[in-house]
Design a protein around this ligand. Structure first.
Ligand code: HEM
Length: 478
């Protein structure tokens, strides 16, 4: 019932937009624009773009067009927008070095509706800039060092609750639970599993509705996402109010989590952030932070199951660290620095299964790229796959080979799972820590094998094994 209602509605929206499209845009080629095609009216090539991901090969969209049009840049039409896809290391370099000069970050309009800016005058663009200014203080390596022990503590509880004593587990829901629990603890000091669970369901609704048809009527995924977002913001505001009281009474510490940090940091004019602003920022971090890292952790489990000699290398490194610790002693920053081989393995996982396939920019003015005109307002997409699985950048690109990251590692702008330039992921170091702590606890406890040998991968928008990666666990003998 609900489905047919939604389909009817979508058909209506598409029909109206189609007429508008023909009225205003037509499908005329733009002079000097890169080669390519704009596909169907309104939807453009969005369906091909998304469906190659659903089939587990998002790179196909890019490489088919590189072969047909150009290896550096091609034209397309995505998410209702005229767009150019920049390919290869040169494309990445151009975009990452021209942030706020020729291009700026861009999100689909639906994102603004699900995350309405609490200060109504500012756009998500401005909010993101504010956020970027304050994040490094919390996410820089020196600041994160003090949280390694806490991550270790949460990881131990997670493995005790979800893995130990089980013969078989489904990995993806568990890695989601791990990264979400960590984020709840490190961002807002919510540690009680029941409290964490209260947030988990609305978070899934929010994540799945974020990239959906933006129709705000009862029952649509978009509408559910808005409701979920309002619910979580309300909960976060309650936590924020309580924290203010606790800080004033000395019951909370200024460094216990990112929330305390946000409450106590003023901007350059001496102004502190409004409660709703803080709630929005934390909501953004919880969304941005946990699905990406949980996908990465799940793919670590997948590749280590498939590659026993790689597993052995990680096991050896992690056991040396484990054996150097006293009974009950938590992991610390020095231990993390010793996990060099494990991080090379994680990087190879991020190369082959990047949690984010790429990101959008918007042209701030007309400019030329490789002899083609990119008109002002066009959206530009950079794609991690255009370098990650390109034999010019990574010889034998499908081969899992952590030694690629030894020494000086890959050439600049070729390995970009976290993006690059001023918009590079601010959570990179945090993600490194949580992935390494996860690997430590995983290989210390188990070997495992995949229950579905050739499980399909779905990329929507993050890569996940279609059945969640069920595995059989073999605990190490004590
Ligand atoms: C393996 C895990 C992760 C991957 C692969 C990843 C990747 C990325 C990428 C590719 C971007 C976009 C860069 C661009 O627009 O060019 C990004 C942005 C961002 N990430 Fe991450 N991320 C991860 C984990 C995290 C974590 C743990 C957090 C927070 C704790 C986080 C917070 C953010 C934020 C706030 C942005 C937006 C930055 C801006 O707009 O300036 N990410 N991330």
């Amino acid at each position: 019932m609900e489905l047919s209602y939604v389909s009817l509605l979508s058909a209506f929206v598409v029909a109206v937009s189609l007429s508008l499209h023909f009225l205003f845009f037509k499908n005329k080629p733009t002079a000097g624009a890169p080669p390519g095609r704009t596909g169907w009216p309104v939807v453009g090539e969005s369906l091909e773009f998304l469906s190659t991901g659903w089939k587990g090969h998002p790179e196909k969209f890019i490489f088919d067009r590189i072969a047909r049009y150009s290896s550096t840049v091609f034209r397309t039409h995505l998410l209702g927008e005229r767009a150019a896809v920049f390919c290869g290391a040169a494309g990445n370099k151009f975009l990452f070095s021209n942030e706020n000069k020729l291009v700026r970050a861009w999100w689909p309009a639906s994102v603004d509706k699900v995350f309405p800016s609490s200060s109504q005058s500012s756009s998500s663009q401005e909010e993101a800039i504010k956020m970027r200014r304050m994040l490094p203080n919390f996410f820089k390596p020196e600041a994160l060092q003090r949280y390694v022990g806490l991550m270790d503590h949460i990881a131990q509880r997670h493995f005790a609750d979800g893995w130990e004593g089980e013969k078989e587990v489904v990995v993806f829901p568990l890695t989601k639970n791990y990264t979400f629990w960590l984020a709840c603890r490190l961002f807002v000091s919510v540690e009680d599993p029941n409290h964490v669970d209260k947030f988990a369901a609305p978070f899934s609704e929010l994540a799945s509705g974020l990239i959906s048809i933006p129709v705000d009527l009862p029952g649509t995924p978009f509408n559910k996402a808005i409701k979920a977002s309002n619910f979580i913001r309300k909960e976060l505001v309650a936590i924020i109010k309580q924290r203010k009281v606790d800080l004033a009474e000395g019951k909370a510490s200024p460094t216990q989590d990112i929330l305390s940090h946000m409450l106590l940091t003023s901007d350059e004019t001496g102004k502190f952030m409004h409660e709703l602003d803080i709630a929005d920022k934390i909501l953004g971090l919880l969304i941005g932070g946990h699905d990406t890292a949980s996908s990465a952790c799940a793919f670590v489990v997948k590749y280590l199951a498939e590659l026993p000699e790689i597993y052995q290398g990680v096991y050896k490194e992690q056991m040396e660290i484990a054996n150097s610790k006293k009974e009950g002693e938590l992991l610390n920053w020095e231990d993390i620095q010793k996990m060099k081989y494990s991080w090379n393995v994680a990087c190879e996982v991020l190369r082959l299964a990047p949690p984010l396939q790429g990101a959008f920019r918007e042209a701030l003015s007309d400019f030329m790229y490789n002899g083609f005109t990119i008109p002002k307002g066009w959206k530009i997409y950079w794609s991690a796959n255009s370098t990650h699985i390109n034999p010019d950048c990574f010889p034998e690109p499908k081969k899992f080979d952590p030694s690629r990251f030894e020494g000086t590692g890959p050439a600049p702008y070729t390995f970009v799972p976290f993006g690059g330039g001023p918009r590079m992921c601010p959570g990179k170091e945090y993600a490194r820590l949580e992935i390494l702590v996860f690997m430590h606890h995983l290989v210390r406890r188990f070997r495992w094998e995949k229950i579905i040998p050739h499980e399909k991968i779905v990329v929507n928008p993050m890569p996940i094994p279609a059945k969640g990666l069920p595995v059989r666990l073999y605990p190490h003998k004590a």
